[in-house]
Structure formats: C-alpha cells, structure tokens
Design a protein around this ligand. Structure first.
Ligand code: ACO
Length: 388
C-alpha cells in the first residue's frame, strides 16, 4: 500500500505544524532555561561569558565543548584573524550586487560562493569540518563589512588580524577603529547571539546537514531561514517603534494605545522565556552606557518607559523584554544601519550553527518527516487537447 493510500485510510494523525513540542536530537550545546531566565552555552552561563569572555573564546566553547587553555585561545584568535581575509574574486562578486540588494541576501549568496574556494569543502571528516567552521566564521564579518563599504561607494578595507573579531568588524565597517566601549559592546552582542538551541535556522542547518551536504550548504540554509521577520528581524521592528515614539513623554501612551488596539509591541514576549530574557538585561546596561556616550539619552529613556509600561501591563501574561528589544537599540547606538542587524545576527549565530551541524554529524540521521495527504486520490488524466 502506498503512503498516500495509507494516509487516506488511517485516522488523522496528530499534526505538530510548528514542531513546537518535538525533540529532534540530544544536544550538549545550549540550554535555554525559560523559567529561570538563564542561557547556558555548554554549561557556562552567558552572564559570565558576557562579562569575562570574548566572542573568539565563546566560539571555541560552542564548537569544542570546553574552555580553551591559554595557548589554545591564543591560537584560535590567531587563526580567526588569519581566516578573515577574503579572496579578491569574492570581493568582485560583492561588487556585482545591485545597489539595493538586501545585505542579508548578499551574505547568503557570498557564503554560497565561498565554498568554491575551500579545498576541503567536500571532506566530511570532523577535523576538516572544524577547520571549515573556523574559516567560515572568520570570513562572515568581512563579507558584511565589505559589501556595506561597496554599496556606500567606499574602499573595501582588508582585515587587521591583530584585532579581535568584534573590533575589526566595526573598523572594517566604519573605516575607523572603534572606541573601547563600542568594541566591547559589539563583542558582547556577538557572544549573546551565538546560539539559542534548536531554533528555526539551526534546524534548517540540521536538515541540510542530515543529507550529508557540505558545511557551507548547511550555513546557506541557515542564513536563508534567519532572514524571515519571524526569526531574525524583530530587533529592526523594535528599534523602529522607539524611533517612531521619538520622545519619552510619548512612550507610555504609545504602549497603552497599542495594547488597547490589541497590537503587539516588538521586542517583548518569547516562546521559551516566560521571564526576563537574560540577554536583554545585559544589553540594556550597555545600551544605557552607549546612549550616554553618544548623547542619545532620550532614546534610551523611551526604551525604558516602553519596557516599564509593557512589564506593568503584561507581566501577568509573562511578557517581558526579549533580546531584540535592546539589540536593535544597541546596534543603532553603535551607528549600524537597520538592514545590517540580521547579517550581524548571522555573523554571530554561525558559531552555533556550525556547532549544531558538527554535533549532528556525530550521529547522523536523514531528516524526513511526513505530511498527511488530504488531496484527491482518483483524478482522471485528460489530455491537454481535450481540456475545456
Ligand atoms: N506585545 C503585546 N502583547 C503580547 C506580546 C507583545 N509583544 N507578546 C505576547 N503578547 C500577548 C498576546 O497577545 C497574548 O495575549 P492573549 O492571551 O490576551 O491573547 C499573550 O500575550 C500570549 O502571547 P502569545 O503570542 O500566545 O505568546 P507566544 O509565546 O505564542 O509568542 C512571540 C511569543 C511570538 C514572540 C510573541 O510574544 C510576539 O509576537 N512578540 C513580538 C515579536 C517579537 O518580539 N519577536 C521576537 C521574539 S525573540 C526572538 O526571536 C529572538
């Protein structure tokens, strides 16, 4: 009996459309504790990592599953510095992009193109995948910065391997070395977005990985999935809300009006966190410091009033700020344009994606779910000349 015949005969199965309650693998990479508001990478609390670690060390922790020794960390930093350079052919590709091409689309295309320059692309061994992950993670900030410079009609800057990823990214983007606070904030933002367990883009990467496609293909799938506004885009919407409100005195009434009209305030609520998202709390502190440095205290004040009003009105429904509420504001205060927010998310999240893919390959199984067929089963084919 074919699957089609079977599905039309059997009782309708339970369909879990969004896979909300389905576990697809065991993992020791990331714990999202929605009740306590904790996020752990390989058992380490992101609050400790944000305070004491660096993005490079966080990548090491995610991919290797342990803290690096001093020399291992120095070597990882050196390797990331070295792998930041991109082939001139890749820069040529970036120059071919239409002026108005969304940077996230350009990044997706460029990562796909990059695979052709990696001699180990189809080497499926764990060691080769670790090296590819390091090269790819290294190059993503350069791709985003180079494309941004090109679309602004500016000179593409070559990476400075002596700098950390976050600092060099800001330098390649803006053309000047960032002040220490900005470099630190960028580093923390990259740490905080580096993984979040089996979310949509990590799952997309896992599905591609399960076919034994190469590492680059899995990351292209992940970037394509991150692009959607239900995943990577909420921080843009949150920032737009703050900019629309404009003045602190308008903030409370804006929130109350929106809620009265059953609207949603972007940057609040989360499928897993039913309390404060720990990433939002960390970024809030840095956004405050940046707003003082930039003389944009009013915008931060708007954010605070929106936050206080939403929490006052909706905490009974367990609605609190999520990471997007403060990440958009943080990037804005770093002088980063809106359409780079999602590419920057990818620059960070590629660490988690590669960790998940490499973990999945240790015990691979092709992902092949079922759909429940509800269409016709006895259609009669009519040749085209006899159709009305
Ligand atoms: N503003 C106003 N009300 C909200 C909000 C919000 N941001 N979020 C949830 N609510 C309300 C809902 O209207 C609902 O009210 P009701 O019970 O009276 O109908 C109640 O709180 C429960 O909300 P759900 O949508 O059922 O919560 P769920 O867990 O399914 O959704 C989600 C979570 C989709 C993130 C939702 O909170 C939302 O749309 N938030 C705004 C968009 C956003 O910030 N997305 C980023 C998420 S974080 C991330 O992806 C990194």
């Amino acid at each position: 009996m074919s699957i089609t015949e079977k599905s039309t005969i059997e009782a309708r199965p339970k369909i879990d459309k969004g896979l909300d309650d389905i576990y697809v693998k065991e993992s020791s990479i990331c714990l999202v504790d929605g009740r306590e508001g904790r996020l752990l990478y390989r058992g380490w609390d992101i609050r400790d990592l944000a305070q004491h670690s660096s993005f490079e060390e966080t990548i090491y922790i995610l991919i290797h599953g342990r803290l690096p020794a001093k020399e291992e960390l120095a070597e990882a930093k050196r390797a990331f510095g070295e792998s930041r350079a991109i082939d001139p052919e890749v820069v040529k590709l970036l120059r071919c992009m239409p002026e108005d091409a969304p940077p996230i689309d350009v990044l997706r295309t460029a990562v796909s193109f990059l695979s052709n320059f990696d001699k180990e692309r189809d080497d499926p061994t764990r060691a080769a995948n670790m090296r590819k992950a390091q090269r790819l993670i290294g190059k993503m900030p350069t791709l985003v910065a180079a494309h941004h410079r090109i679309r602004q009609g500016k000179r593409v800057l070559v990476p400075d391997p002596k700098l950390g990823i976050a600092e060099d990214f800001l330098r390649m983007l803006t053309g000047k070395r960032p002040d220490p606070l900005s470099a630190k904030v960028m580093d923390v933002a990259l740490i905080l977005h580096a993984d979040h367990s089996m979310n949509a883009s990590a799952f997309a990467a896992t599905v591609a990985a399960s076919t034994l496609a190469d590492l680059y293909s899995t990351i292209v799938a992940a970037i394509a999935t991150l692009k959607g506004p239900l995943h990577g885009g909420a921080n843009e919407a949150a920032l737009k809300t703050m900019l629309t409100i404009g003045k602190p005195e308008n903030a409370e009434s804006y929130v109350l009006n929106t809620l009265q009209n059953h609207g949603k305030i972007f940057g609040f609520g989360h499928r897993v966190y039913k309390t404060w998202d720990p990433r939002a709390l960390i970024l809030r502190e840095y956004a405050k410091q940046l707003s003082e440095l930039r003389g944009e205290e009013d915008l931060f004040h708007v954010a605070e009033i929106v936050q206080d009003t939403v929490v006052r009105e909706l905490s009974a429904k367990h609605i609190y700020p999520n990471v997007d509420f403060y990440s958009g504001l943080t990037y804005h205060l770093l002088g980063i344009p809106l359409d780079l927010f999602t590419p920057i998310f990818a620059v960070s999240r590629v660490a988690g994606w590669t960790a998940h893919v490499i973990e999945y390959w240790e015990d691979n199984r092709l992902v092949r779910p079922l759909d429940y067929y509800v269409g016709p089963t006895h259609n009669v084919y009519v040749p085209v000349e006899r159709r009305a």
